[in-house]
Design a protein around this ligand. Sequence first.
Ligand SMILES: C[S@@+](CC[C@H](N)C(=O)[O-])C[C@H]1O[C@@H](n2cnc3c(N)ncnc32)[C@H](O)[C@@H]1O
Length: 208
Amino acid sequence: MTMKDQDLQVILDAIHAAKTTADVQAVYDTWSTNYDQNLADMGYVAPLNAAKTFYPHHPNHDAKIMDAGCGTGLVGVALKVLGYTTIDGVDLSPEMLAIAQKTNAYQTLSALNFQDANDIPDNTYDAAICVGVLGPVVGGHLIDDLVRIVQPQGIVHFAIRAKWVESVSQPAIERLLAAGKIALVADVRAPYMHGQDAEGAFTTIRKL
Ligand SMILES: C[S@@+](CC[C@H](N)C(=O)[O-])C[C@H]1O[C@@H](n2cnc3c(N)ncnc32)[C@H](O)[C@@H]1O
């Protein structure tokens, strides 16, 4: 393991050990300047595959899209390449947002903690996309918030590591289906990150 790998492992361990949103924000603020390079080195293809699996369900390029947990803007850039013009990004970390600003992929960028997601009015977006955020730290309740902020018939599309589906996203999806709040549109397995243990679930739901 090189020194660089060790540094990266320290960051990944800190994310998994984070107990509060302040801890999470501190890690991402610190990581922001190396994030894109580190993720490229790790073969992080989730943003690209999320944009590709989102496109068939919302091909209208003028769609008003929320990128929740946009980080440095990798998802916004992938969506922009596909022709999307109206993307807002929100993220906990002002330093990650400062990098996203430089991509010119977003109409607006705002610092926001999802746990205070009431800041975003109900039924505001045509679609919401969320990549690399759901997991043991940010749980399935985030899917409820994303459903709340899209319009009826709006799309929520998220990418999560396949190994966390059963414990994190599946219970939330089943609960929302049982409540008649959503329909499941698609659930595609594709690479999340190249290498071992790196399959992703790219899930599309529609608000009813
Ligand atoms: C692994 S990064 C993914 C960023 C981007 N979507 C991507 O795929 O590169 C996770 C992002 O979620 C953000 N995040 C984590 N918890 C959050 C919360 N409670 N509210 C808002 N953003 C949060 C972090 O600041 C970080 O930028």
